[in-house]
Design a protein around this ligand. Structure first.
Ligand SMILES: NC(=O)c1ccc[n+]([C@@H]2O[C@H](COP(=O)([O-])OP(=O)(O)OC[C@H]3O[C@@H](n4cnc5c(N)ncnc54)[C@H](O)[C@@H]3O)[C@@H](O)[C@H]2O)c1
Length: 401
């Protein structure tokens, strides 16, 4: 019997998502042999304890008996149970300073850690994540913020809707002005952004048309890697080479800034990847973007004027076009930035269902096997208290200073 525990989320700010929904637990109990679910009670989880009990799970605070523990966000070091196998987003693979102690404790407690973020198909595409619903919520919030700044239309907050279906209903009858929107990126976040564009009835146009025309209806264009970046010498874009040596590329975004009302940013970013523009560009007269939803949300990253993340309660702030300093939102002379690191928490039940579906489809059967699959091995940051073979580069970070 493999005992799977769904742990309660303890990180602050609170996270209400979960790796498997009650329906998914029920389905697994009916369709897999020798499996049991133990659920740690939680006041904040988006599904009630009773829903899990009705699905056939055992509700208990004691996770000692479980073989595999599934969480979402970083587990507080004091709550980590020795000798267990955990799956959660540890945010340690880039040596994030704030999670150094977490990895050190995982090693000390002889824990095996599989990080969801490192689960990849053979071609390097991520297998599971919450990006799609981050894109959904981010696009909504970006357009909502533009409506608030201009007073031209009103959108309600996403978290006030019960689910995605209800959110879609709020778009019926929505009449948007003739805005021009750029969507950047090509991953899960970008898919969510584009989904909302289509649901809101914003028409897609090609980048070339977008740059030279004004339209009598709202439009968006999607800029993927090949439209955004070019090699500084060859002027060409090669995805593989860009991923390897992004510092050799220039970003071609700036011309779009003089044609765009709202930027919805969903690009992948890390040190070395050129930003979409430089902070001083926003002082140019032809930089007309008024609202930026930075769903990627890397402060000082691809959107260099995103200087801090906000919260779901208060998602938008301004950046002054003259001083480049933070201002309250919706001020004349400022650009509004919507930047929140846990956007899927506004639609937690849908986001959890989507996450669980991918977990079941691609990972769960591997987890139930006696020896780990190559996919799992490549995502195992720690094995019984040692760094996994793909993560030995974390040695200095994992050592106690
Ligand atoms: N604000 C939030 O709540 C929230 C939630 C989820 C994700 N995100 C962030 O949004 C961003 C995009 O996430 P996603 O879910 O779309 O990711 P994804 O993995 O689905 O897609 C990432 C895209 O970036 C490309 N890519 C991968 N590695 C790259 C590299 N080394 N260099 C350049 N490009 C690379 C991939 O080809 C892919 O098209 C990430 O930075 C993620 O952390 C934010």
């Amino acid at each position: 019997m493999i005992k799977i525990g769904l742990i309660k989320e303890e990180k602050v700010p609170q996270d209400n998502r979960v790796a498997l929904t009650p329906d998914q637990c029920k389905w697994l109990l009916n369709n897999r042999n020798n499996i049991a679910f133990f659920v740690q009670p939680s006041e904040i989880r988006c599904f009630k304890d009773e829903e899990y009990a009705r699905a056939g799970a055992i509700i208990t605070d004691d996770m000692q008996q479980c073989d595999i523990l599934l969480g979402i966000k970083e587990v507080p070091v004091d709550s980590l149970i020795e000798n267990k196998t955990y799956l959660f987003f540890s945010h340690t693979k880039k040596k994030q300073p704030h999670n150094r102690k977490l990895l050190q404790t995982i090693l000390k407690k002889n824990i095996t850690l599989v990080d969801y973020e490192c689960l990849e198909h053979e071609d390097g595409q991520r297998i599971i994540g919450f990006g799609f619903f981050a894109g959904i919520v981010g696009a909504h919030n970006g357009i909502m913020a533009y409506g608030k700044r201009t007073g031209l239309f009103h959108l309600e907050r996403v978290y006030k809707q019960r689910n995605f279906k209800e959110l879609i209903h709020t778009y019926f009858g929505l009449r948007l002005p003739n805005i021009k929107v750029v969507v950047t990126g090509s991953g899960r976040v970008a898919h969510g952004l584009v989904e909302v564009m289509n649901l809101m009835g914003i028409h897609e146009v090609e980048p070339e048309d977008y740059l030279v025309r004004r339209f009598s209806y709202p439009v968006y264009t999607q800029l993927k890697g090949s439209s955004l970046y070019e090699h500084e010498i060859t002027g060409k874009y090669s995805r593989e080479d860009f991923h390897k040596d992004p510092q050799n590329y220039l970003c071609r975004f700036l011309p779009y800034a003089s044609q765009t009302d709202v930027l919805l940013n969903g690009v992948y970013w890390e040190e070395g990847i050129p930003p979409l523009f430089s902070p001083s560009d926003i002082q140019r007269d032809d930089f007309i973007i008024q609202t930026i939803a930075d769903v990627s949300d890397d402060p000082y990253g691809s959107v260099p004027i995103n200087i801090c993340s906000q919260t779901i309660e208060d998602p938008v702030y301004g950046i002054s076009r003259t001083t480049l300093e933070k201002t309250p939102p919706y001020q004349p002379g400022s650009i509004d930035i919507m930047a929140v690191g846990n956007l899927p928490n506004e639609l937690p039940r849908d986001a959890s269902r989507y996450f669980g579906e991918q977990l079941i489809k691609y990972i769960l059967d591997d987890l139930l096997k006696a020896s780990p699959s190559p996919t799992l091995q490549r995502a195992t940051i720690a094995v019984n208290g040692q760094l996994g073979p793909y993560f030995t580069y974390l040695q200095d970070y994992a050592e106690e200073s």
